[in-house]
Structures are given as structure tokens and as C-alpha cells.
Design a binder for this molecule. Structure first.
Ligand code: ADP
Ligand code: MG
Length: 253
């Protein structure tokens, strides 16, 4: 049966989308059937696969608000085993429209219940907030994977995220667990990066992945070519480390 992993951190720019796109691609390349759900109105995961958001008619919004079945909206990516439920700007309205809808926190969970035998993994790229889109993601998920950028104030805001996770556990989704914490944009030349790794390991202990994602220019270039890094530059460090992370995630099963 499917494992649903929400990639969440309410801070922007920490590597959620980069991790969602490249982890999904690597899991698929390793033979898993994967659906990537873009639930961020910015739609960066969608454009990261080369899709033009303004040309898409339907998106995650329709699964949440209009009960449109996910299989009718999935699009095939350039990776065989990987499909995408895209985001368009329409999603920006969902946060407000959901407020008035019955069972507003469980809309995504209900939609995913109908496809749970179709995939090995569903990866959800969350927006940088703890609003209803992220709550829907956490409610639909088996686990949450948190990217943390190796920078000053790395741990700031994480207690808020963990509080939200335990509120969702208590009230909406008792099976939700912390999948793991992945350190991103590590720069071995700076003491700060090394310090942050120590700090995060002290705090999250065995929940921190062995794989640390370094700063890698190929990872930042790939989205503008509409490709995950394993297609854009398969020999890059970025491709190597996201394969390592995918193997760790599979190994955790
Ligand atoms: P989020 O989804 O959390 O807002 P992104 O994944 O979009 O964060 O990353 C923010 C920016 O940093 C993007 O421009 C992205 O290309 C870049 N980036 C992310 N991870 C790396 C990395 N390991 N090396 C270099 N650039 C990165
Ligand atoms: Mg993002």
C-alpha cells in the first residue's frame, strides 16, 4: 500500500521543492511508482518539471475543492514511474475557499484514499505556511519529512511546525509520524554549516538522515530547464545525494 510523505517546513527557501522534485524522481528511477502532488500555489514543482502552469486546466485545487478524482488530472513526467498532480495559481484561492467547506482538513486524505493501491509513494510539496493546505497534507500523510537549511536560525520556527504536527496527530491523523529531517544547502567551507548540522543532530538525533544535501549549482539550475537533476545532469553531486536520500527513505520502510 502507498506511503504518503509530506515535505513540510513553513519557512520558504529551505529546499522543500528541490527535495520533493528530486526525491520523487530518484524513488521513481529506483523502480517505485510515485505520485508527486504540488500543493503550493507558487507551483514550483510543476514548473520544475517543465509544465507551463498557465496552460493547465485542472490542478490540486480541483481535488480539494471540486472533488475531481486525482487519476483524471495526473500528468506523466519525463520519468517513467513518476506522475504529477500539478498546481496552478488557482490554488491560491483554496486556502480561503476551504474554510467554508465541510471536513475541510480531510479533503486531500479522502481524495488519496481512492488511489492508495496505485502507488508506492505519494510525495506532497507543501507551501511555506501552516494553513489549510499544509494541514490537508499532514492529515493525508503517513509521515512528514522536514528539510532544514544549514543557515543561521535554522531551528527557528521548527517548534511551531512540531506543534502543528502533534495537533494534527491528536485531532486528525493519529498515524502521522516524523519521517526524518534532511539538512540542505550544506557548505563544508563554513563553520556555520558545520555548527547547524551539530545543532540539528542534537535536537532530532536519529531522525536526521545520514545524507546531507550540499549546495550544488546543478540543483539550482535544473528547474529552469524543466528537469529533475537526475535528468539535467545525472553525474552531478546533486543527483548522487538525492539518490542516497531516496535509498535511505526506502530503507526506512
Ligand atoms: P522551498 O520549496 O522550501 O521554498 P526551494 O527548494 O525552492 O525551497 O529552494 C530555494 C532556492 O534554493 C531555489 O532557488 C533552489 O533552486 C535553491 N536550492 C535548493 N536546494 C539547493 C541546493 N542543495 N544547492 C543549491 N541551490 C539549492
Ligand atoms: Mg517550494
Amino acid at each position: 500500500m502507498v506511503k504518503v510523505i509530506a515535505i513540510a517546513n513553513q519557512k520558504g527557501g529551505v529546499g522543500k521543492t528541490t527535495t520533493s522534485v528530486n526525491l520523487s524522481a530518484c524513488l521513481a528511477e529506483l523502480g517505485k511508482k510515485v505520485l508527486l502532488i504540488d500543493i503550493d500555489p507558487q507551483g514550483n514543482a510543476t514548473s520544475g518539471f517543465g509544465f507551463n502552469k498557465s496552460e493547465l486546466k485542472r490542478c490540486t485545487y480541483d481535488a480539494l475543492v471540486n472533488d475531481v478524482p486525482i487519476p483524471s488530472m495526473e500528468i506523466q513526467t519525463q520519468i517513467d514511474n513518476l506522475k504529477l498532480l500539478p498546481a496552478t495559481i488557482q490554488l491560491a484561492g483554496a486556502e480561503i475557499e476551504l474554510v467554508a467547506i465541510m471536513s475541510r482538513e480531510t479533503k486531500l486524505k479522502r481524495a488519496l484514499d481512492r488511489i492508495k493501491y496505485d502507488y508506492d509513494y505519494v510525495i506532497i510539496d507543501c507551501p511555506p505556511s501552516l494553513g489549510l493546505l499544509t494541514i490537508n497534507s499532514l492529515t493525508a500523510a503517513n509521515s512528514v519529512l522536514v528539510p532544514i537549511q544549514c543557515e543561521f536560525y535554522a531551528l527557528e520556527g521548527l517548534s511551531q511546525l512540531m506543534k502543528t504536527v502533534s495537533l494534527v496527530q491528536k485531532n486528525l491523523n493519529p498515524i502521522l509520524t516524523l519521517e526524518g529531517v534532511v539538512l540542505t544547502m550544506f557548505d563544508a567551507r563554513t563553520n556555520l554549516s558545520i555548527q547547524v548540522v551539530d545543532e540539528v543532530k542534537n535536537h532530532f538525533r536519529q531522525k536526521v538522515y545520514q545524507t546531507i544535501i550540499p549546495r550544488n549549482v546543478r540543483l539550482s539550475e535544473a528547474p529552469s530547464h524543466g528537469q529533475p537533476v537526475i535528468k539535467y545532469d545525472p553525474k552531478s553531486k546533486g543527483a548522487e545525494v538525492y539518490f542516497d536520500l531516496a535509498r535511505e527513505v526506502i530503507g526506512d520502510e
